[in-house]
Every structure is written in C-alpha cells, then in structure tokens.
Design a protein around this ligand. Structure first.
Ligand code: HEM
Ligand code: HEM
Length: 127
C-alpha cells in the first residue's frame, strides 16, 4: 500500500508543480488554490499516508486499508477537479458546491479511517 500511495503522491506533485510553473510563467495566479491543494491534499497527504503504511501499518492490505486508499483518491481527485473548474471560472459556485462538499467529506472520512487504522495497528503491535 505504501508504493500505491507514494506513486499517486508523485502523480499529484507533477500536475501541481506544472500548474505552479504555468501560473508563474503566465503571471496569472488565479489557480493558486488549485495548485496549493494539488500539493497539499494530493501530494502531501498521500505521501504521509504512504509513510504511515511503511513505518507503522506493516503495509497492511486489509479491507480497511483498501477502502481508505480509494476514499482518499476519489475525494482528492474530485476536490481538485472541482477547484480547477471553479477557479478557472468554467462553472459557477452554485453548480460546483455540492460536488466540492461531498468530495471534501470523502477526504475527511479517509483521514478518520487512517486514524482508526493507526490506532488498531499500533495497539495490536503494542507500540
Ligand atoms: C515548481 C515549483 C513551484 C512553483 C513554480 C510554484 C508557483 C506558485 C505560484 C505562482 C503561486 C501563486 C502565488 C500567488 O498567489 O501569487 C503558488 C502558491 C502556492 N504554492 Fe506553489 N509553486 C511551486 C511549488 C510548490 C510546492 C512544492 C508547494 C507545497 C508542497 C507549494 C504550495 C503552494 C501553496 C500552499 C500556495 C498558496 C499560497 C497562497 O497564495 O496562499 N508550491 N505557487
Ligand atoms: C478537504 C477538502 C478541502 C477543500 C474543499 C478545501 C478548500 C479550500 C478553499 C475554498 C480555500 C480558500 C481559498 C481562498 O482563499 O479563497 C482553501 C485554502 C487553503 N487550504 Fe484548503 N481545502 C481542503 C483541504 C485542505 C487540506 C487537507 C489542506 C492542507 C493539508 C489545505 C490547505 C489549505 C491552505 C494552505 C489554504 C490557503 C492557500 C491559498 O489561499 O491558496 N486544505 N482551501
């Protein structure tokens, strides 16, 4: 599971940095929130989850670990698409609000699931 998380983290980082370079080159920072969240929800959070698997969770492939992975990815991709469409002025806030709301909750649920995984695993290992 660590490999999956780290690989997706680098994927978000590549897209996020490309957006950052585009903003810097075009002197047009309108997508700075999208860029920030590519780097933070996409890269940073996925990377941290990958490290948790490597360092504490014994690279668990339990059902919970798999569900946590996909809930995070689905939430992250949807938040990022939503922010990109909104800050690029492709859609109105009213139109994108429900999608952003649901996907934010998915990112949040994945965070809670990671905490549960962490508690379960470190308790079992008596760490
Ligand atoms: C190739 C490297 C990067 C470039 C060219 C770049 C470019 C930019 C630009 C142009 C902005 C908008 C600034 C403005 O509002 O005028 C920005 C904002 C931001 N960047 Fe980057 N960035 C890079 C790497 C990173 C990395 C590695 C991270 C985090 C891991 C990051 C996190 C952020 C955040 C959080 C903001 C929002 C700051 C704010 O406006 O409140 N960036 N970046
Ligand atoms: C759960 C989904 C999330 C959503 C929908 C979301 C949405 C937003 C929005 C709408 C803003 C305000 C932008 C503005 O100034 O108008 C913002 C700012 C910010 N968020 Fe998030 N956020 C989320 C998660 C996170 C996470 C997990 C982190 C950090 C790990 C984070 C870090 C930041 C930072 C640093 C800013 C200020 C950067 C800027 O102004 O560009 N956010 N977020």
């Amino acid at each position: 599971m660590d490999r999956k998380f780290i690989l997706t983290a680098f994927g978000y980082a590549i897209l996020g940095l490309l957006l950052g370079i585009y903003m810097a080159a075009s002197k047009n920072p309108t997508q700075h929130v999208t860029h920030a969240h590519f780097m933070l929800i996409g890269f940073l959070l996925s990377f941290i989850y990958g490290l948790c698997h490597k360092l504490w969770l014994n690279n668990s492939t339990s059902k919970l670990a798999i569900v946590q992975f996909y809930v995070h990815q689905l939430g992250a991709v949807t938040v990022l698409i939503g922010l990109f469409l909104y800050y690029g002025r492709f859609v109105s806030l009213e139109a994108i609000d429900p999608l952003l709301g649901i996907s934010s909750i998915a990112v949040f649920i994945a965070l809670v699931l990671m905490k549960i995984e962490f508690i379960r695993c470190t308790r079992t290992n008596n760490q």
